[in-house]
Design a protein around this ligand. Structure first.
Ligand code: SAM
Length: 270
């Protein structure tokens, strides 16, 4: 039997739409344990990686394609629902012009610190107190590109599932396991960490290019305003600084993280 045409939601007062729009706030995301992902390519990536898509939202002009069918099947097979909305309503949900024609409500995932293993050659990244969601998303994108095993978010770090962070991650949010720890939890967990810990510090003497290949690495990056707190810096086996011209203040956190991840990936043999 042919499928009947979808019912098109036109009103922002519709309960489904209200729930979707509340994902713009941290409160809404925590209550629903979900986040918004925009764009067909990113939604299909999430489906392929086994993430649960609770709602797939299509604008009237979304058309049809094999990728779209894959997204629809992925959503429905996980018990999710497919909604169709007007193009105008899609713009309101995404809160920007030129909204994507596909977006999804995806269930959040958090891993526990027991996931972190000190296997040789593997890199884990720990970020302390990141404030800027754009920085965090860019860092997740770099972490994914450099094959980082997972990211520890330490202390009071901005929500990686905020729409701005998810956008800046360009889909990488579904490829990088995330672990949350407060500072005390990190310090306790770190006592059992068997790899090496490399921290970044603007007053460090060490240079990233002197790192040698081999051990599992935990790379620690500090907060945008104040850098790594002393207690966390004290857990490091090595503190390094990316050389800058004399008088330069510092690098942007996301830029520094990308350079450090490259330096760790390109380490010299011992
Ligand atoms: N005023 C802060 C301080 O004194 O540490 C600046 C923090 S900086 C904007 C934020 C983070 O980016 C730092 O904690 C460090 O992880 C990283 N970072 C920035 N510039 C760096 C550099 N030249 N070498 C290594 N890490 C750097």
């Amino acid at each position: 039997m042919p499928e009947s045409p979808p019912i098109v939601i036109r009103s922002a007062a519709n309960d489904e739409i209200k729930a979707l729009r509340s994902l713009d706030s941290k409160k809404g995301r925590v209550e629903q344990n979900a986040f918004l992902s925009e764009g067909l390519r990113h939604v299909v990536e999430a489906v392929r990686r086994g993430w649960r898509v609770r709602r797939l939202v299509l604008s009237e002009s979304a058309g049809t394609s094999p990728l779209l069918r894959e997204a629809v099947e992925g959503c429905r097979s996980g018990g999710g629902r497919v909604l169709t909305v007007t193009d105008e309503l899609m713009t309101r949900i995404a809160r920007r012009d030129n909204a994507q024609s596909v977006l999804a409500v995806i269930e959040q995932r958090w891993a526990g610190p027991d996931l972190v293993r000190a296997e040789p050659g593997i890199t884990w990244l720990a970020l302390e107190g990141v404030r800027d969601p754009g920085n965090l998303g860019s860092i997740l994108r770099s972490a994914d590109a450099f094959g980082v095993a997972g990211v520890l978010l330490v202390g009071n770090t901005v929500d990686p599932y905020s729409t701005e962070a998810v956008r800046a991650s360009m889909g990488s949010i579904v490829n990088v396991p995330l672990i949350r720890l407060d500072e005390a939890g990190f310090l306790e967990w770190h006592r059992g960490w068997r790899g090496r810990t490399v921290g970044t510090h603007l007053r460090a003497e060490g240079r990233p290019e002197t790192l040698v290949r081999g051990p599992a690495t935990l790379l620690l990056m500090g907060n945008e305003q104040s850098g790594l707190p002393e207690a966390i810096a004290a857990t490091c086996d090595a503190l390094v600084r990316i050389p800058m011209r004399k008088g330069a203040d510092s690098l942007n956190l996301a830029a520094a993280t990308a350079i450090m991840l490259y330096a760790v990936a390109a380490q010299a043999d011992a």
